[in-house]
Each structure stands twice: as C-alpha cells, then as structure tokens.
Design a protein around this ligand. Structure first.
Ligand SMILES: Nc1nc2c(ncn2[C@@H]2O[C@H](COP(=O)(O)OP(=O)(O)OP(=O)(O)O)[C@@H](O)[C@H]2O)c(=O)[nH]1
Ligand SMILES: [Mg+2]
Length: 186
C-alpha cells in the first residue's frame, strides 16, 4: 500500500476546503467560512486509479492546508514527503495572483518538485464574473497546468481533471520506483 500525499495550498478563503470536500466526496456541504486551522487530512479512494500494472495499491490523502500565514511554522511538516501540490486561488483577486507565486516558490521550487507535480486551480465562486480568458498569470506560473473550477456550473469538469492529475502523479511515482529498482540491479 502506497500513500500518495497531495497538498491543497493557496491564499485564505480561496476555496481549498470546499474543493477538497467536493473532490473527496465528503458529505459536508458548503457552509459559511470556517478557516482551516493548520491542516485537515481527507481520504480519497477511487478503485480504478488505485492500482498500477504491478498490482501496487494506492491510497490518496488530500491535505487541506490552512492558508493563513500564521501556520507557516507547520509548512515544513506539511511539505514533507508530498507527491503533489494543488494551488487554489480566486482568479478575481489580483492579490491572489501575487500570493500564489509565493506558495509556488515555497512548496514547489524550493522543494525541487517538478512542475508536473503541481496543479493550479482557478476556483470561481458562484456569482463572480468568471472571465476565463483574461487571466494573466505571473510568468513563473505560466508553465504550470491550469484548470478552472466552478462547482455550481460545471462540477464534473474539475473532477475529471483532478482524476487525470492523480493518474499523472501515480505515473511519476511508478517511474521513480522503476528507476530505483533498475539502479539496484545494474
Ligand atoms: N457556494 C459556494 N461557496 C463557495 C465556493 N467556494 C468557496 N465558497 C465560499 O468561500 C468560503 C471559503 O472557502 P474555503 O474552502 O473554506 O476556503 P479555504 O481556502 O479553505 O480557506 P482557509 O482554510 O482559511 O485557507 C466557503 O466557506 C464558502 O462560503 C463554491 O464553490 N460555492
Ligand atoms: Mg480551509
């Protein structure tokens, strides 16, 4: 059994907990805003992506992290052994565009994760304009895979993209395992 650890990070109130609940099929509905204190760990089980050709079983943990900077002292513990990082932000807020650069730098670049291990989610809250075309990302983030989520309008789109992302993470994990095995026998 291999535990795949995926972090949900990004500015406060961007919708990380709402998205993590939705994607893990938690029964928790969307209520009034409750800031996440530190981290919440959600289990995610999907039989059809839980097995590799080698028969390895996977369990996913979605680490829904609090966006408040007062939790900065916890960040090293959160980052440890993470396989993937999902950065959630509100595309309507210019301050978020600035802030996600910092999250990317701390959690991806400085940890030397691959860009392919990172997914950017522009989370559109209901009632917002939701202009998907006019989003200009800071240049270090332009090479990341960006998806849009709007749970009220197209909830299945984000689910499909999320599963694709998890599959790509599993492929990376498998490749890494294969390389390690090869390096032992050669
Ligand atoms: N109706 C609706 N409300 C949303 C949606 N996404 C976010 N919200 C609202 O925005 C609030 C904040 O979202 P959270 O998911 O708690 O934000 P967060 O990123 O986890 O914030 P921190 O835990 O403080 O970092 C929610 O409590 C909802 O009221 C959405 O898709 N639909
Ligand atoms: Mg939260």
């Amino acid at each position: 059994m291999l535990i795949v650890k995926i972090l949900f990070i990004g500015p406060s109130e961007s919708g990380k907990s709402v998205l993590a609940n939705f994607l893990s099929e938690s029964t928790e509905g969307i209520g009034s805003y409750v800031p996440t204190q530190g981290v919440r760990i959600l289990e995610y089980e999907k039989p059809h992506i839980n097995e590799s050709s080698k028969g390895t079983e996977y369990r996913f943990e979605l680490w829904d992290c609090g966006g408040d900077h007062k939790f900065e002292t916890c960040w090293p513990a959160l980052m440890k052994d993470s396989h993937g990082v999902i950065i959630v932000f509100n595309p309507e807020l210019p301050s978020h565009l600035k802030e996600i650069e910092m999250w990317y730098s701390c959690f991806v670049q400085q940890r030397q994760l691959l860009d392919s291990q990172c997914l950017l989610i522009a989370h559109h809250k209901p009632g917002s304009g939701g202009d998907k075309e006019n989003l200009t990302l800071p240049s270090p983030l332009k090479r990341l895979h960006l998806i849009h989520s709007s749970l009220e309008e197209e909830p299945e789109d984000v689910r499909i993209e999320f599963v694709k992302y998890l599959k790509s993470i599993i492929n990376l994990v498998n490749e890494k395992q294969d390389k390690e095995e090869m390096s032992i026998i050669t």
